[in-house]
Design a protein around this ligand. Sequence first.
Ligand SMILES: Cc1ncc(COP(=O)(O)O)c(C=O)c1O
Length: 457
Amino acid sequence: MASAFVSASPLPSRSSLDPLPLKLGASSQATFLGKNFIKAQPFTRTTMSIAVEVSRFNELTMAPPDPILGVSDAFRADTNEMKLNLGVGAYRTEDLQPYVLNVVKKAEKLMLERGENKEYLPIEGLAAFNKATAELLFEADSAVLQEQRVATVQGLSGTGSLRLAAALIERYFPGSKVLISSPTWGNHKNIFNDARVPWSEYRYYDPKTVGLDFDGMISDIKAAPEGSFVLLHGCAHNPTGIDPTPKQWEIIADVIQEKNHIPFFDVAYQGFASGSLDEDASSVRLFAARGLELLVAQSYSKNLGLYAERIGAINVVCSSSEVAQRVKSQLKRIARPMYSNPPIHGARIVANVVGSPDLFDEWKEEMALMAGRIKSVRQKLYDSLSEKDNTSKDWSFILKQIGMFSFTGLNKAQSESMAGKWHVYMTKDGRISLAGLSAAKCEYLADAIIDSYYNVS
Ligand SMILES: Cc1ncc(COP(=O)(O)O)c(C=O)c1O
C-alpha cells in the first residue's frame, strides 16, 4: 500500500503539502519526519512535487481468503437465483433465513426489564454463566463438579476458548503435541499454529466407506508420544458428521488412559447433534467419570444461535480442587493481556435460559426442532439422491452422519463444479451444511451432486 501526495504550485510560494525540508539520500528517495518519500523534479516556474510514502507494511502479501468464511463471500457475489450457501455452519429456517431463538428474545427482554448495567466482568467471566455452562456439560451432581475439580473460564465462544487452552498448553506443556483428526474443522490448525503448539494428525475418515477409520485412529493415538493432547469432537464431528459409537468411545478412552494422554474435547454442537443435551455430552461425561484430567471447550454459537455474541467456555477437569484453582488462575493470567474481560451480553442470555426452568424447557424444544429440521432434510436429500441416481451407488452414508454437516465425498474439482455450474457453495473438502438447506431445494442439490460426482473427475 502506498499513498501519494501531489502538489503543483507557482514559485516562490509553497503549498503546505510540499515535502520540505527534506534530508536527501543518494537515490531520489528522501526522508521527512522519519518517513520515506520519492523526491519531485522541479521544471520552469512550476514545481511538481510528488511524494510517495513507502509503506512499512509493503512486505505483507495478501492473505488467502478463509476456506470457510470465503465461501460466503463468493456466494454473496453470485447473482443467480438458484444459488445456495451450504458453506458456513449456521442454522437457517425452511425459508433459508437466519433464526433468532424465541428463548433468546425472552431472555433479552428480561435483561432489558431488569435494567442491568454494563460494568466489566471479572476476567473469568460471569459467575452464573460459568456455573450453568459447567453443569450443562458435566451435570450438576457429577463427581467433578461436586468435588470442585473443574476450572471454568468464560471464553470468546468456541474459537476463543480453544485458543486460551492452546496458550495454556504452549506455556505449561512446552513441546507437547496436540493430535487432531484428519480431517478436522479448518480453524483447529490455525489456532494451534498461532499459539505455537505442535500438532499432528490421527486417521479419522475412511474415504472407501465414507465412515470412521477406527483402527487407524486407535493405532495413531497409540503411536503418539506419551502425554500428548488428543483433540476430540465431543459430538457431530466437523466436517465429516461421523461420530464414534458409545463402545468405540470406551476404547478411545482406554487407549488415552494407557498412553497417559490428555483428552481435549471441542464441544461446539451440544444438543444440536441428536436434539438431546445429555446424549451429546455423553462422550465428555464418560471420560470425566473415569477420573481423567481433561479439557473441554464449549460454544453456544449453534445450539443457542448466538454466533455473533461470542459466548463459550474453557473447562479444565483436574485431579483436585486445589489444582483446579491454580489452573483457573493461569487461564485468567493468559486472558488478561489478550482481551482482559469477556463480553457480558451472551453470558447473561445463557445464564438466563439455563437458569430458568421454563426457558430451559423451551430451549430444549427449540433445539429439538432445529435438529429435527436438519434430520428431515438429510433424509430428503438421501431420498432424492437414491431416486435420481440410476447406478448402484449406495448413498446411505449420508443418513449415518450426524449433526449440521454431511461429508459428501465430493473432491475439490467436484466441489468447485458445484459452485461454478450449479451455484451451490460448499467447502472444497466436500462438506455441505445441511442447516443451510431447505426441503424445497433437496432435489436441485441432488441433481448438482450427481452431475458433479459422475461428470467431473
Ligand atoms: C468443531 C468446531 N469447533 C469450534 C467451533 C467454533 O465456533 P465459534 O467460535 O463460533 O463458537 C466450530 C464452528 O464452526 C466448530 O465447528
